[in-house]
Structures are given as C-alpha cells and as structure tokens.
Design a protein around this ligand. Structure first.
Ligand code: NDP
Length: 316
C-alpha cells in the first residue's frame, strides 16, 4: 500500500496553499483534486479582492496559477475523489474512487463546500435543462434570453451582473426586503438596466416542457395578508443561495458543528483526530473567502509539519 507523509484532499485555495507550504517544507505532499479541480473559484468570474492582482483576475486563471505554484515545488497532484476514510488508527487511511487506499501520516482536509438548492421537485426535473448553480459555467447557453437568479448575497449579485452582460432580462429573486451583498455589489446590481430585483419573493415551483424550463411561479410576501402569486417566463434559473460543507465522508471520525462544518481547535487547523487538519470553506462558516481559505491552508501545512516533526522525535 502506498504511504505518504502528507495527503491533501481538495484543490481550492486552501488545498493548493497547503500544498505549496508542505512541499517547501519537504513533506512531499500528494494532493487529490476532487471532482471540481480548482474548487468553487473556478465557477466565479472576476476576483477583485485577492491581494497581488491589482487589475483583478478570473477565478479559473487564479486557480491555475495556484496549481502551477504547488506543482513547481514538487506537489504530486492527482485527479481523484475520496470515497472513504479511516482515521481510527495511525497511519490514517484514505480510499479513492478508483478503489485505491493510501496511508498518510498527516491529512489536510480542504474539500470546500457545494452549492445549495431550494429543494423543489421541479428544480430537480429541470437540473441541467434550465436550472444551474453556476452562471459562469452555463450562462453562455442563455445569451439573449431571460433568466432568474435566486439569492441576495455577493454570489447572487455577481451572477446577476455576469448574466446581465449576456441575457436580455435578469430577475434577481430575493426572499428578504434587502440584499445581504456588499454595498459595491448592490450598487452594480441597481445600476444594471436589465436586472430587475424582486424583493420579498420566493419560488414556489418551476415549469416547462421536456425541451426545458419555461418559467417560475413566485409568491410575494408568503404567508402575509397581502400575499400574491406571479409567474415569470425564464429559460434559465440560477441558484446562488449559499453552500453546504463537503464533509460527508469524514463525519464518522471528525467532529462537525450543527451545520456540518469541521470543528477545529482554537485558532489552529487541528481537528479532534491527531494528524488530521482542516482548512478553508470546509471548516469556515463565517469568512469563506479565497484569501481566508488560502491562509487556513498555510496554517494547516504548518500545523501538519509540526505534528510530523513531533512524530519523528517520538519515534527516535
Ligand atoms: P450568502 O450566505 O452570503 O448568501 C446567501 C443568500 O441566499 C442570502 O441572501 C440568503 O437569504 C439567500 N438564501 C438562502 N437560502 C435561501 C432559500 N432557501 N431561498 C431563497 N433565498 C435563500 O452566500 P454567498 O454565496 O452569496 O456568499 C458566501 C460568502 O462568499 C460571503 O461571505 C460572500 O461575501 C462571499 N463572496 C464574495 C464575493 C466577492 O467578494 N467577489 C463573491 C461571492 C461570494 P437571506 O439573506 O434571507 O439569508
């Protein structure tokens, strides 16, 4: 069985930064990318708030840069998805989707988070045929058409702005009477002539034919005295209502909070299992930024290095 010193799971800013630091510390890291190589930032357009890019950079380019930087110092980057872990003893065991199991002295979990859906049956019906959680991936298919985006955060505003550049009309469906997004994003939404913000609206169901989505039925002020219903005709329906942490395979061994995020100790990246560390969106329900994930990845590599140094000392 293959045995490695440091195994990193995930290829977002946390995973790649952990890899850069671990490689430079001679830990010979092996990194498994997961299904979405580069993580969530590969689905974003312009990143304007990551220091070091004064003109901004696209998410995919930034992630490619991080990958190259991790590879340059010798990280063994492999495509694969972790299906099972066994953190009950030492070394830790991690099984991949091809059936291979690897032993690792230290594991850094940086599996990020996945887009949340509303949970409507009709949403399932039109997934991939009008329903998407990634405007930058799928917006192209709706050029010149009308679309809707659900959510009131930065992601929803960013997606609405992106789609406004491609589509005829963009409805932004917001359940509260205000946007949660940063002021600068809000202003861009309000300044776009073809974005129509529908405050206090919720989606009841989606409708269409076997050919694809045709529209959405919405409710205004659900449950209140002036509740009313309306339909909008849209070809595309984009979800931007937050994320759930990708922690399913770890839940038997790692302590999670009530929302499923990995619990780490104090300001460190240590989990409840010695030798297992967590970094990025998988353990951070609060900040969830590329830069904070990268910082956590750096901390995880340093924590792993110190842990491995301790192992060496105790075995001599
Ligand atoms: P957020 O959690 O910030 O926002 C989620 C939005 O979805 C909220 O408006 C929320 O409504 C709404 N929502 C949640 N569930 C439902 C539902 N069932 N029905 C309808 N609406 C729902 O997530 P984001 O993905 O927008 O952002 C995550 C983090 O990433 C944030 O910290 C954000 O600032 C950051 N980010 C930064 C960017 C940048 O700086 N360029 C770009 C994108 C994200 P409510 O407000 O009512 O809870």
């Amino acid at each position: 069985m293959e045995r490695v010193k440091c195994l990193i799971i995930g290829s977002g800013p946390a995973g790649y930064t952990a890899a850069i630091y671990a490689a430079r510390a001679n830990l010979s890291p092996v990194l498994y990318t997961g299904l979405q190589m580069g993580g969530q930032l590969t689905t974003t357009t312009e990143v304007e708030n990551f220091p070091g890019y004064p003109e901004g950079v696209t998410g995919p380019v930034m992630m490619e840069d991080m990958q190259k930087q991790a590879a340059r110092f010798g990280t063994d980057i492999r495509f694969g998805v972790v299906t099972r872990v066994d953190f009950s003893g030492r070394p830790h065991r991690v099984t991949l989707d091809d059936g291979k199991t690897i032993e690792a002295d230290a594991v850094i979990v940086a599996t990020g988070a996945t887009a949340r859906y509303l949970g409507l049956p009709s949403e399932e019906q039109f997934r991939g045929a009008g329903v998407s959680a990634c405007a930058t991936c799928d917006g192209f298919f709706y050029r010149g058409k009308d679309v809707a985006v659900v959510g009131g955060g930065d992601t929803a505003c960013e997606e609405a702005i992106y789609l406004a550049g491609l589509c005829r009309e963009v409805y932004l469906i917001v359940r509260k009477n205000y946007l949660r997004a940063s002021k600068v994003m809000q202003q861009r939404v309000f300044d776009a002539p073809n974005i129509k913000v529908l405050f206090e609206h919720n989606t009841v169901e989606l409708f269409g034919t076997a050919m694809g989505l045709e529209g959405a039925r919405l409710v205004f002020r659900q449950g209140e005295a002036d509740e009313s219903f309306k339909e909008i005709c849209v070809d595309g329906f984009f979800l931007a209502i937050g994320h759930v942490p990708n922690t399913g395979v770890f839940k038997e061994f790692l302590q999670l909070d009530e929302a499923g995020y990995i619990v780490t100790s104090g300001t460190s990246t240590r989990t409840n299992v010695p030798g297992v560390f967590a970094a990025g969106d998988v353990m951070d329900p609060v900040y969830r930024q590329g830069i904070t994930s990268a910082a956590a990845g750096c901390k995880a590599a340093i924590d792993a290095e110190r842990y491995l140094a301790g192992l060496c000392l105790s075995s001599t």
